[in-house]
Design a binder for this molecule. Structure first.
Ligand SMILES: [Zn+2]
Ligand SMILES: [Zn+2]
Length: 556
């Protein structure tokens, strides 16, 4: 179906990303002819697609309706909520609403693509009320693993929805305002039609833990370490960085930062008034000037990213920083699903260099998640008492488990968010009313292309099967005028007497003769038929299906 024009008594919800995967959150609310977008994020690339680093929602179903979009509200500055704005804004062209910190992060991204002067960014304050088109919105403070996380209470003439954004319950968040539980408790009296809620950790029992819980274990580990201490964490987790810096300083260690994004995020945080009570950080170049037991190094690359700081240190390719025997590497971060192999490879390298590796365990909690576990979800239901729960922000298994969990917790109606499935929240019982086109766009060089694009299919084929390109130069009677030119890249190993290119050349020289007898001397026919024959013998000999192009040039 096409994107409908919501009537004055209607309230609709449409997720186009983040409901069926972790990442690339993109949600829409529709009322009185207008749409409000909440978040616009990316997800990590899929190794299946080779060079692709990031992917984002395909917004084809709303592009033609850009003039009915009132605005884009950003709940916080994590990449899965903000990272697609500079890619997709040219198709939306709507005003953006963000807190100070998210706006600062966004402006730097917009500058990278030369859009900073075109985009209207409105700074919103936590605990304030704003109006975006027909939507009256109250911004309520939450706690999460980044500063200034917010939820949105979206009121319309057709009803009120509570959009949680990413959250957890942390009464001691260490930095920032934390969750406004007093305000949230009052929502139970405000007839909340639906709560659109984070499902990431619905499979986790208990609670996620407080930022305060990591202070003691981290202090103990750093106190007992003799050499350099490296702590790897997410650059956007400014709170953790603040916690670590305070611990380091209290133990007589100066604090250094390693990794471009770590410096970028701290610069933004300082510009927004955070981290002001910390002394300047030691630069990467100056680390060597400090005794090993007088420095704490906070670095990026906890996921084993090839270009991440920690991976470069592990491989001995970092310009300024080395690691050696008796050094300690603390992973104050979680393993993002899919990164297990690259992390363990990096940890093996670090271990070879003699480093002591420490990860978070139940007995030694050095990382806490930013998303609500079961008990926190139940607490939030009891504060808000929504009539309907809509589960978003998770893979399908998380979303379905969240629906089941909510129904078991006295929520009378729970609906799974599904990318592209339009839900009518009012009037009447909330229900699915149609499917809209949706999918993924991936960044390919300077372009945004769909997952099904021909170029991706070709690259995929080349990655696993290689490619073969053959050119024949013939006269009018299809006699070869020279040896065929053949390039077989990535097809098979050259073994002394078995060179794949020679094998293909010999086949072509033989095969062309068969067409003389048949008298079918037509260029297209021979090209097609020889391509098929070549595919067949390559399959038989090498068990491969390469990307194959064969062309015949006739010299008159
Ligand atoms: Zn987040
Ligand atoms: Zn998120």
């Amino acid at each position: 179906m096409n994107l409908p024009r919501p009537k004055n008594d209607e309230l609709m919800f449409l997720p186009l990303g983040g409901s069926g995967e972790i990442g690339m959150n993109f949600n829409l609310y529709g009322h009185a002819g207008k749409w409000l977008i909440v978040d616009c994020g990316v997800t990590f690339g899929d190794p299946l697609y080779g060079s692709v680093d990031v992917a984002m929602p395909d917004i084809i179903s709303i592009e033609e309706h850009a003039n009915s979009i009132s605005g884009l509200l950003l709940t916080h500055a994590h990449e899965d909520h903000i990272g697609a704005v500079h890619h997709l804004w040219p198709y939306l062209r709507c005003p953006i609403y963000a807190t100070d910190f998210a706006a600062e992060v966004l402006i730097r991204k917009l500058k990278d693509v030369g859009l900073e002067k075109e985009v209207e960014i409105n700074i919103i304050k936590i605990d304030s009320k704003i109006k975006i088109g027909p939507f009256d919105i109250e911004i309520i403070s939450m706690s999460h693993s980044i500063i200034e996380p917010s939820s949105a209470l979206i009121s319309t003439k057709a009803g009120t929805v509570f959009h949680t954004g990413d959250w957890k319950i942390d009464y001691n968040p260490q930095l920032g305002e934390g969750i406004d539980h007093k305000r949230l408790k009052k929502l139970s009296n405000e007839n909340i039609l639906a709560m659109v809620c984070d499902s990431t950790n619905v499979l986790v029992e208990g609670t996620s833990g407080s930022e305060e819980d990591v202070i003691k274990p981290l202090t103990n580990i750093i106190k007992e370490s003799k050499g350099r201490v490296f702590v790897s964490t997410f650059a956007s987790n400014v709170t953790r960085l603040n916690t670590l810096a305070k611990i380091g300083l209290s133990l007589g260690r100066k604090v250094a930062l390693v990794g471009q994004s770590m410096w970028r995020m701290t610069e933004i945080a300082k510009a927004c008034g955070y981290l002001s009570n910390l002394p300047s950080f030691v630069s990467e170049r100056d680390i060597k000037n400090f005794d090993k037991d007088k420095i704490l190094i906070i670095c990026t690359g906890s996921q084993g990213e090839p270009r991440g700081a920690l991976n470069r240190i592990a491989h001995g390719t970092h310009r300024d920083v080395t690691i050696s025997n008796e050094d300690t590497v603390i992973f104050s971060s979680r393993v993002i699903p899919g990164n297990e192999v690259s992390i363990s490879e990096m940890q093996n390298r670090l271990s070879e260099l003699g480093a002591n590796i420490i990860e978070s365990t139940n007995d030694c909690l050095i990382h806490v998640s930013g998303h609500p576990a079961k008990e926190e979800l139940a607490q939030m239901y009891s504060w808000v008492k929504p009539k309907t729960l809509i589960a978003v922000h998770g893979e399908t298994r998380h979303i379905n488990a969240h629906v089941k969990y909510a129904l078991g917790q006295q929520i009378s109606n729970a609906i799974p968010g599904r990318n592209g499935s339009l839900i009518q929240l009012a009037p009447g019982e909330p229900r699915f009313i149609g499917e809209l086109e949706h999918g993924r766009l991936i960044v390919d060089g300077n372009d945004l292309i769909t997952r099904n694009s021909e170029v991706i299919k070709q690259r995929h084929k080349m990655m696993y099967n290689g490619s073969v390109h053959a050119v024949l130069l013939v006269d009018n009677d299809y006699n070869l005028l020279s040896d065929p030119s053949v390039m077989a890249a990535g097809l098979a190993e050259i073994i002394e007497d078995d060179n794949p290119e020679n094998f293909i050349k010999n086949f072509i020289k033989d095969d062309i003769k068969s067409y003389y007898k048949s008298k079918k001397l037509d260029k297209n026919y021979i090209e097609d038929s020889m391509t098929l024959a070549l595919k067949r013998i390559i399959k038989v000999k090498y068990m491969k299906r390469p990307l194959l192009k064969l062309e015949i040039n006739i010299l008159n």
